[in-house]
Design a binder for this molecule. Structure first.
Ligand SMILES: CC(=O)N[C@H]1[C@@H](OP(=O)(O)OP(=O)(O)OC[C@H]2O[C@@H](n3ccc(=O)[nH]c3=O)[C@H](O)[C@@H]2O)O[C@H](CO)[C@@H](O)[C@@H]1O
Ligand SMILES: C=C(OP(=O)(O)O)C(=O)O
Length: 425
């Protein structure tokens, strides 16, 4: 859905409190995992985002009934799988939907899922997803842009991921939970969103050992039960607002955070001279009247500095005098924010996945987000400078930030009201 642009007037201090939403990237795989149970599942703290709406649309096609029972509480029920295909029109909206492959395969014995497309910033392969499922016994064929997976019996065996992949680990776990096989995944992701998926599945009766380590052992069970689960706070959203506080030289209090999930981010902000005080679930980020120092960052898998905060960090560093170097080897092409920040006067030179940033004062300009976190970088940049910045591409922001306009206004930002209404039921 095309949404009207955001109009932001920056250059003033922000203050107050922001409650961080439930994690988008933890909620999505858990919603997909609900396909594995025939019983009712209640999820609490689910952010009302367009990505959530998209995955619910896909699950409705597969046979899931859902109902929002509170602002952020979602009931899911899949008494039986009605379709075993995930068509292109639904999968192409969001790459994360590719993990339905493992879930449908586990519950129905076969699945056909459209190949996910690339992203605005470049290719995002799924070779590890496919290799893992094949190594565990699934037959996978590729035809006409679709992957079809079939299993004759329960998945079993051992797979060593060639690289750390969050989605690949999700897919392999989802495919292995039901049945009577034993699966070992080596070099599995230790990302918070993998740990959460495992905690959720174990709560529903799965038997998965090793969460938070690189070796996972999954012993198949015959069925999963229903139940309730609360989604963890969104560390990427929290990190975005931490960078907003720093870039606008403001003090913001963030509630509903897991500060233990944000150590790499907190460490870098402190290295820059930002004060970060945390009491576990609340963080106070204070950059008032501080001369911030440039820093160098390199993205890594969790617990390293997240790629999902790289564009926002680049926007912040574009306001800090001196030379900073930002490298994103996780997604080397994740650079769509750079040309837009150039419009705002940022001095950023790109070579491969390296940005060399000479910080200074930015100025207002019309800009366009081409993906979610590039959009976040742009609203951070916009709120640092005098005058009106108009950000187009607001539909990307809607993928990851719930009620953004209201929440920015709540801390004193001047943001014109765009049409952010989502057709959510
Ligand atoms: C919905 C969701 O949770 N998305 C997150 C998830 O994406 P996603 O799960 O897609 O990212 P991965 O962890 O799989 O990707 C990590 C790296 O592995 C590569 N790779 C991945 C799979 C594969 O089969 N082959 C391969 O080469 C990717 O190109 C990338 O360079 O983790 C990313 C890395 O933290 C985040 O940026 C995304 O926000
Ligand atoms: C890149 C992201 O999501 P996705 O993997 O769904 O594109 C993100 O959340 O920053």
């Amino acid at each position: 859905m095309q949404l009207t642009p955001l109009h932001l007037q920056g250059g003033r201090e922000l203050r107050g409190e922001i409650a961080v939403q439930g994690s988008k990237n933890a909620a999505l795989p858990i919603i997909v995992a609900s396909l594995l149970s025939a019983e009712k599942i209640t999820l609490r703290g689910v952010p009302r985002l367009s990505d959530v709406h998209t995955i619910l649309e896909l699950l409705a096609h597969l046979g899931t009934q859902h109902v929002w029972v509170g602002a952020n509480d979602l009931e899911l029920h899949t008494p039986r799988i009605l379709n075993t295909d995930a068509p292109y029109a639904l999968v192409s909206k969001m790459r994360a939907s590719f993990i339905v492959l493992g879930a449908i395969l586990a519950r129905a014995g076969q699945a056909t899922v459209s190949m996910p497309g690339g992203c605005a910033w470049g290719p995002r392969p799924v070779d590890q997803h496919v290799k893992a499922l094949r190594a565990l016994g699934a037959e996978i064929t590729e035809d006409g842009g679709n992957f079809t997976a079939v299993r004759q019996s329960s998945l079993s065996g051992r797979f060593i991921f060639e690289l750390l992949t969050v989605g690949g680990t999700h897919n392999a776990i989802l495919a292995s939970v039901l049945g009577d096989g034993v699966v070992t995944l080596e070099n599995a992701s230790i990302d918070t969103d993998v740990v959460e998926l495992i905690e959720f599945l174990n709560r529903m009766g799965a038997d998965i050992q090793g969460a938070g380590t690189n070796t996972l052992t999954i012993r198949g069970v015959m069925a999963l039960r229903g139940g309730e689960y609360t989604v963890i706070p969104d560390r990427i959203e929290a990190g975005t607002f931490m960078m907003l506080a720093a870039a606008t030289r403001s003090c913001l209090t963030l509630t509903n955070v897991r500060s233990d999930h944000l150590r790499a981010v907190t460490g870098k902000l402190q290295e820059m001279g930002v004060s970060v005080m945390d009491s576990g679930q609340t963080m106070v980020v204070d950059a008032r009247e501080r001369a911030l120092k440039p820093v160098n960052i390199t993205t890594q898998s969790y617990p390293g500095f997240p790629t999902d905060l790289q564009p926002q960090m680049s926007a912040l560093l574009a306001t800090v005098p001196g030379t900073s170097v930002v490298q994103d080897p996780v997604y080397p092409d994740r650079l769509t924010h750079v040309a837009e920040l150039h419009r705002m006067g940022a001095n950023i030179t790109v070579s491969g996945y390296t940005q060399v940033i000479q910080g200074g004062q930015l100025h207002a300009a019309p800009v366009k987000a081409a993906d979610l976190r590039a959009g976040a970088a742009l609203f951070i940049a916009a709120l640092t400078c005098e005058g009106e910045t108009v950000i187009d591409g607001v539909q990307y922001l809607n993928r990851g930030y719930e009620c953004l306009v209201e929440r920015l206004r709540g801390v004193g930002a001047t943001v014109a009201q765009p049409d952010l209404a989502l057709a959510m039921d």
